[in-house]
Ligand binder design. Structure first.
Ligand SMILES: Cc1cc2nc3c(=O)[nH]c(=O)nc-3n(C[C@H](O)[C@H](O)[C@H](O)COP(=O)(O)OP(=O)(O)OC[C@H]3O[C@@H](n4cnc5c(N)ncnc54)[C@H](O)[C@@H]3O)c2cc1C
Length: 426
């Protein structure tokens, strides 16, 4: 008896969704062969999925966002696929594409080699601040939040480097949690306990949203006691000593410095791809793929990338609803061709939705954003996202796979790119 494995690296938004898709729409239709079984294996450092989207609120207060709303056990979510699903708590450390094997270091320190028939890379990204990345397990990230909450209790000045959605959401959540909810008509708190400053390198915040939305965000931030400095970069942030309560000196590009009790780096992200061969990566260390089929063409047959570590995407969970069915349909096509020896079927193509789209809660009752190119009123941003950071709306379907109950309609596309590039699909 041998097992052919669809191996998924990463068990977060993209990895869990890919595994559900494979169990629902791929495994059941693979050719039946004597002595061969099929299986989906997910490798992830933590046993628990982390709802990163709510990170800014939990950083501000665990009363507003309790830990049990943030973490969800991965393995039980696949109980419906008994015998066909396998979870490995660990980290991929190396991929041997010639031998089609991934080396994994398990959480207990054991080394494992896992052979794959098809490989899905969904290892996402890490943030410069430890507040928004689960590197090992739930307990470690909870400890990070605990330490941050005790720092916040005594802080008078908080500086946030960066002015993307994470920085703006964080500024709003922190400022409201420490300075209190402003009155209905208030434009700023009377006696703010903490001064929160957002440092924007550009002349506006929120790069993918229009300037008027950024202005509205600035007004909402001001209401809770957060201000924005524009056209300025953080050059460095250094701690005066190793003492827990030591001040940070934040050096800015205009020559000024700010003394801060807390500095949070919310500038950019780093793809988790350092275990992959350099030739598979683009110049931003994302996994380079065919932007239509999501095949990693430098990696040999049956390797795909989904989620924020892929070169095809500007990122975000919503984009994965378009990308995952594409990558997984093409995986199925290639795997069936490989196992049956038949000519592969047509490709499915990914189309990026580049419309102005982003929701940014600011505190627990306001927010800015746009959907499908249309600016949304604050109350809608609150209703969709700010209320609970979409936990009620999305977590259940994500964890139990109902989001991918159907594989979605698609138009078969001729097989062009791979053939032209001389890469193997089957
Ligand atoms: C604070 C914050 C708020 C956000 N809010 C929103 C939002 O409102 N809407 C939205 O669309 N997007 C939002 N995003 C972006 C969203 O979180 C990402 O799009 C999403 O996390 C990407 O999912 P992913 O599965 O590709 O990667 P990740 O979520 O980064 O997951 C990657 C997984 O792979 C694991 N991993 C890493 N290395 C290895 C390895 N070597 N082997 C095995 N596993 C590994 C990681 O531990 C992790 O579990 C937000 C991001 C942040 C930081």
């Amino acid at each position: 008896m041998s097992t052919e494995t669809i191996l998924v690296l990463g068990g977060s938004f993209a990895g869990i969704s890919s595994a559900h898709f494979a169990l629902k729409h791929i495994i059941p239709v693979l050719p039946k062969k004597d002595g061969i079984t099929y299986n989906v294996t997910v490798v992830n450092p933590s046993k628990d999925f982390y709802w990163r989207i709510a990170g800014p609120r939990v950083a501000a207060s665990k009363e507003l966002m309790p830990y049990n709303k943030l973490f969800y056990p991965i393995e039980p979510a696949f109980a419906y696929a008994k015998g066909k699903f396998n979870f490995v708590q660990g980290k991929a450390t190396h991929v041997d594409s010639a031998g089609q094997t991934v080396s994994v270091e398990t959480a207990s320190g054991e080394q494992k080699n896992i052979p794959y028939a098809a490989l899905v890379i969904a290892t996402g990204f890490s943030t410069p601040s430890p507040l928004f990345t689960q590197t090992t397990d739930r307990a470690a990230l909870e400890a990070t939040y605990e330490a941050f909450h005790s720092q916040l209790k005594h802080a008078k000045t908080v500086v946030i480097g960066g002015a993307g959605p994470v920085a703006v959401e964080l500024a709003g959540e922190l400022a409201e949690a420490v300075n209190g909810k402003p009155g209905f008509m208030a434009s700023a708190p009377k006696n703010p306990k903490v001064k929160v400053t957002v440092i924007s390198a550009e002349k506006k915040m929120l790069p993918i949203l229009r300037e008027s939305i950024s202005k509205q965000a600035e007004k909402f931030l001001k209401r809770v006691g957060a201000e924005v400095v524009y056209n300025t970069k953080v050059v460095s942030a250094t701690k005066a000593s190793d003492a827990e309560d030591a001040k940070m000196t934040v050096q800015l590009s205009d020559g000024k410095t700010i003394e801060a009790d807390i500095y949070i780096d919310a500038t950019g992200t780093r793809p988790n791809t350092n275990f992959l061969p350099k030739e598979w990566l683009d110049n931003r260390n994302r996994v380079s793929c065919n932007a239509k089929t999501l095949r990693v063409e430098a990696a040999g047959p049956r390797v795909y990338v989904v989620g924020d570590c892929g070169s095809y995407t500007r990122g975000g969970v919503m984009d994965q609803y378009d990308a995952i069915p594409v990558a997984m349909t093409n995986l199925r096509t290639d795997l069936i061709a490989h196992l049956s020896g038949q000519t592969p079927g047509p490709d499915r193509h990914y189309e990026a939705n580049l419309k102005e789209q982003q929701l940014v809660p600011i505190g627990t009752s306001k927010g800015v954003g746009a959907a499908n190119g249309m600016a949304l009123p604050s109350v809608m941003v609150w209703g969709i996202k700010g209320r609970d950071y979409m936990i009620g709306m999305l977590v259940e379907g994500h964890m139990n796979g109902k989001t991918y109950e159907k594989e979605g309609k698609w138009k078969p596309q001729p097989v062009v790119a791979a053939a032209q590039m001389g890469t193997s699909r089957g």
